[in-house]
Ligand binder design. Structure first.
Ligand code: PMV
Length: 327
């Protein structure tokens, strides 16, 4: 049996502009996790179970574009041929009469909320299944496979989710460039507030593309401004001047509003956060629903979390971004 877990993630700065080549900053959120367990079974076949979404099926019965089926097939395709892919029945090293395998996936990460649930399920599944098959994949390989599956969820993903979740480290992400982590000079705390409104990233990313296609110079300028904010935020985090992130968050939120990816509910939570003592706040991720983040003094975190709940947040997570060594 093999079990692997992968954290959620939150984007601190740079969402949407990152799809157009600007940098973005994201950090893992370990309070929420996706977990995959792969075990041999006497029942022949490859069985997929995801009780959270009521899924229990043999792999061959799942549609080719089913994200979980796609991730499992991608692992088999990436590994040397194994008897599991057809007949003869699987022979396990420990002998036994096991002829099949069960892949069970659970997750505490809210779906379509900007916390990277899809990528975390993919990463946990790829890691557990490849280890179970005695061919553990490297982080690079895991991230690449998870990215292929992200395309099914997102259409044109930047790759930030699979990267930060695979490496489970703060990431300064530029599409197409090698992974770069960043140092956290002094720990800082954010409160994540969930609107509870599921909002598929594919739609907001598609809508931004429509805006961009109609007036590229205008939106390229907005992407430049967001990219500049992300660059400057990285410097401030590294030098430990985390309070300066507050005005950068506010400015980033205003630019995301221009891109039409915020919403009344997100704006309400952002305002409530600021009024209740947060130093700065912004939506996070694809937008229209999903999550927002508020930068707080550690001691104020519970009060800000309460204020977000009173303003309609369905759940809140307090998380501290801690010192992390360079990879
Ligand atoms: O946080 P999510 O999973 O909603 O990701 C959104 C990030 C975007 O920049 C909007 C899209 C992407 O692929 O980077």
């Amino acid at each position: 049996m093999n079990t692997s877990s992968a954290p959620g993630k939150v984007i601190l700065f740079g969402e949407h502009a990152v799809v157009y080549g600007r940098p973005a900053l994201a950090v893992p959120v370990t309070q929420v996790q996706a977990t995959a367990t792969v075990a041999g079974t006497t029942r022949p076949g490859i069985w997929v179970e995801a009780p959270d979404i009521g899924l229990a099926s043999e792999l061959s019965r799942l549609a080719p574009d089913h994200p979980l089926a796609a991730v499992i097939r991608s692992v088999f395709a990436a590994l040397p041929p194994t008897p599991l892919r057809g007949t003869p029945p699987i022979c396990f090293a420990n002998g036994g009469r096991r002829k099949g395998v069960t892949i069970r996936v659970t997750s505490t990460i809210p779906v379509a909320a900007g916390l990277g649930s899809g990528a975390a399920v993919s990463v946990a599944t790829i890691r557990a299944l490849s280890s179970f098959l005695h061919s553990p994949l490297t982080n690079d390989q895991i991230s690449t496979l998870a990215f292929e599956v992200e395309k099914l969820h997102h259409g044109t993903p930047s790759g930030i989710d699979n990267t930060v979740i695979t490496y489970a480290k703060p990431v300064y992400f530029v599409k197409g460039q090698p992974i770069e982590t960043f140092r956290v000079g002094k720990p800082f705390t954010i409160v994540i507030g969930d609107t509870g409104i599921p909002a598929p990233t594919k739609e907001s990313v598609g809508d931004v593309r429509k805006l961009w296609e109609v007036d590229r110079p205008r939106w390229e300028k907005v992407f430049d401004e967001i990219g500049e904010i992300a660059r400057s935020a990285k410097e401030k985090i590294e030098s430990g001047e985390w309070r300066v992130l507050a005005p950068l968050m506010d400015a980033n939120h205003a630019l995301l509003q221009q891109l039409t990816v915020s919403s009344a509910e997100l704006d309400r939570l952002v305002e409530a956060g600021r009024r209740s003592g947060a130093l700065g706040a912004k939506m996070s991720g694809g937008g229209r629903g999903g999550n927002m983040i508020a930068l707080v003094e550690r001691k104020n975190a519970p009060a800000v979390a309460e204020a977000l709940k009173s303003a309609g947040a369905k759940r809140t997570i307090i998380t501290t971004i801690d010192r992390t060594p360079e990879v």
